[in-house]
Design a protein around this ligand. Structure first.
Ligand SMILES: [Zn+2]
Length: 288
């Protein structure tokens, strides 16, 4: 299978260290400990496609440390620094860097970005509105008033292609670059199964009834903290009724067309970028 972007992380997440303040203090003091170099939320990437790290001497004043994990025993941290701001939008420069990153490196960056983003957006207790403090080596926040514990959230998203008579349904959102078509997608709602969300989203966006929903792969998507769950489904027929708020257009494409487009050839649409799980999903479907 084409490995989904942001997967295959190489760090040991080292849960025992998160739970033991003495072990965590020893990890911070370890001479091998290293700090992820970030400019606000953006990584620095070297010529070999690896994340750039520095020593703990460079931890900015007033930072909280997040233990990302152990790399062959070396403790790896990210710093939650005062003044960090959730970035507005997604600069193209960032995606150019992500394309350069080796797969395991992108997974490390995704974890760091998601958890840092969660901290900056969740500074107050959801229960009593008191400012919270990090605990669990940066993998949680605790309320000093009501003792509630809060943990980084993950928002599940289903992304899927419906198939009918050897063709896949692809849609295009108005904000996408000209010509881009991809799998349909949407957030799971409370109380919903993956299968239920897939069927609902395809019906809502394209007016197509599906069955035989199958899981293909998943990926964390760190903008800000989604878990993309890729599926395929079988459509009852190919008549489309588009929700124009969600989809500007939708098309049915054959395996031959998808293979040609994914290989960089000409076709009726531009494919999703290789680090997006839609690319993995289309690749798996086209080669099935
Ligand atoms: Zn509270």
């Amino acid at each position: 299978m084409h490995q989904p972007g942001f997967t295959g992380g190489l760090l040991d997440r080292a849960d025992p260290l998160r739970q033991n303040p003495d072990l965590l203090a020893a990890a911070i003091a370890d001479w091998r400990a290293r700090l992820l170099v970030l400019d606000n939320y953006e990584p620095e990437v070297d010529a070999a496609g690896r994340l750039v790290w520095t020593t703990m001497a460079d931890v900015p004043e007033g930072s909280e440390l997040i233990l990302l994990g152990l790399d062959e025993g070396k403790p790896c941290f990210a710093a939650l620094t005062p003044g960090m701001k959730p970035p507005a939008g997604r600069p193209m420069r960032l995606f150019a860097m992500i394309e350069q990153l080796a797969p395991g490196e992108a997974a490390t960056y995704a974890a760091a970005r998601s958890v840092l983003d969660w901290h900056t957006r969740h500074r107050f207790c959801a229960n009593c509105a008191t400012p919270t403090v990090p605990f669990h080596a940066g993998w949680g926040r605790r309320c000093p008033n009501c003792n509630a514990e809060h943990f980084p959230r993950v928002d599940p998203v289903v992304i899927m292609i419906a198939e009918h008579d050897g063709r896949a349904l692809l849609g295009r959102q108005p904000a996408w670059p000209p010509g881009r078509y991809s799998a349909l997608a949407g957030f799971l709602e409370a109380g919903e199964s993956i299968e239920g969300a897939v069927a609902r989203e395809i019906m809502e966006e394209a007016g197509v009834r599906v069955s035989n929903i199958r899981y293909v792969a998943s990926q964390p998507w760190p903008f800000a903290s989604s878990l993309m769950i890729a599926c395929t489904a079988t459509a009852a027929d190919d008549a489309l009724t588009l929700d124009k708020h969600e989809l500007e257009d939708a098309i049915w494409v054959s395996r031959e067309v998808v293979r040609e487009v994914l290989a960089g050839g000409d076709g009726p649409f531009l494919p999703p970028p290789p680090y997006a799980i839609a690319f993995t999903l289309l690749t798996e479907w086209a080669n099935a």
